[in-house]
Design a protein around this ligand. Structure first.
Ligand code: AHM
Ligand code: MG
Length: 343
């Protein structure tokens, strides 16, 4: 074993981190272990989805009018049931639920945290066997009383106490942070444990890869178009042109960006007048990813300001998203500031 604990279980990592905080009650550890448990159940189903015919559309639409696939529903049910039974949460919100779901306190316990999550992000990729993921964001409760209210969820990302994602890829990985460092754990399916594989992830200050759905080029603002065009220009002194990588599964695209550097973007576009701020949702997609990227030394911006400072107004609100290596993100902001009137 090296000094960074490579190979230790997630449970032991959480236990050891807790020793640094003598005041810790163990509640936080249990909460993260419960999330890891739900992730293992979803991972098992994702891996055998093709075999048991979970694939295919249910024919239903979620609250945002997008098609829901069976595996989304399954993942939502697993996380919902683990979260509501854990005793740690007073309210939850998910991409698959129109309204937040308050969780009543039990006779012996009142939940002290709120959680927003995307149970299965990138689900349009399920049928083609491409990586998908789960994202979660945890805040400390700010209200009093039995169950929580929306106010417990509508908090800016800078107040997160923990966030993470699970990527169901060639292996299943859990990447999370409770504020000190970002750590990655790979699921060893033979023993059913997440083992620490990526201690203290640090994103490079600059990367030479950009990740964006370039089919939206004609719908972007002038600043964003110029920025993407700039990355494609030939300039050996700055290493341009940059490489392009886009999976279309945010968890996988952000995961690669976190490990290798570069920039991931989902800018605002004029394609759908109902979605003037791009596609990705603040509470359970952008905010937790911004938290992880910043904790790993990177930056996350709406193009104009820090994502973690956006004050949420509604549960399913969307924001433009530019995240990754700090130098790349600042460059994107410069193009937007110089060429766009209102970003
Ligand atoms: P989803 O939550 O409905 O799966 O949508 C979010 C996904 C992200 O994973 C990904 O970054 C984005 O949608 C891709 O969108 P597009 O197909 O417009 O490029
Ligand atoms: Mg999603």
């Amino acid at each position: 074993m090296d000094g960074k604990g490579i190979g230790i279980t997630l449970t032991r990592h959480i236990y050891e981190s807790q020793q640094v905080h003598p005041e810790a009650t163990g509640e936080f550890s249990d909460m993260l272990n419960q999330i890891a448990w739900a992730a293992k159940v979803v991972s098992r189903e994702v891996n055998k989805a093709g075999l048991v015919e979970l694939l295919g559309l249910t024919g239903e639409k979620n609250v945002q009018g997008e098609q829901v696939q069976k595996l989304d529903r399954f993942a939502n049910e697993v996380f919902t049931s683990v979260i509501s039974g854990s005793g740690h949460f007073c309210i939850m919100a998910s991409e698959e639920m129109a309204e937040a779901q308050p969780i009543e306190a039990s006779a012996y316990k009142t939940g002290r945290y709120s959680i927003a999550f995307d149970p299965l992000d990138g689900s349009s990729n399920i049928d083609v066997n491409v990586s998908i993921g789960t994202i979660f964001a945890i805040h400390r409760r700010v209200t009093e009383g039995q169950a929580g209210t929306e106010a417990d969820l509508l908090q800016p990302g800078r107040k997160l106490v923990a966030a993470g994602y699970v990527v169901y890829g060639s292996s299943t990985m859990l990447v999370m942070s409770t504020g000190n460092g970002v750590h990655g754990f790979t699921l060893d399916p033979s023993v059913g444990e997440f083992l620490k594989s990526h201690p203290d992830i640090q994103i490079p200050a600059r990367g030479k890869t950009y990740s964006v759905n370039e089919g939206n080029f004609p719908y972007w603002s002038d600043g964003v178009r110029r920025y993407v065009a700039y990355m494609k220009q030939k300039d050996p002194s700055t290493g341009r042109p940059y490489g392009s990588r886009y999976i279309g599964s945010m968890v996988a695209d952000v995961h690669r960006t976190l490990l290798r550097g570069g920039i991931f973007m989902y800018p605002a576009d004029s394609k759908d007048p109902l979605k003037p701020h791009g596609k990705l949702r603040l509470l359970y997609e952008c905010s937790p990813m911004a938290f992880l990227i910043e904790r790993a030394g990177g930056a996350a911006s709406t193009g104009r300001s820090r994502v973690l400072d956006v004050e949420p107004e509604t549960l399913h609100q969307r924001v433009p998203f530019f995240a990754g290596s700090v130098e790349n993100v600042r460059e994107a902001e410069r193009f937007i500031a110089e060429h766009d009137e209102d970003g």
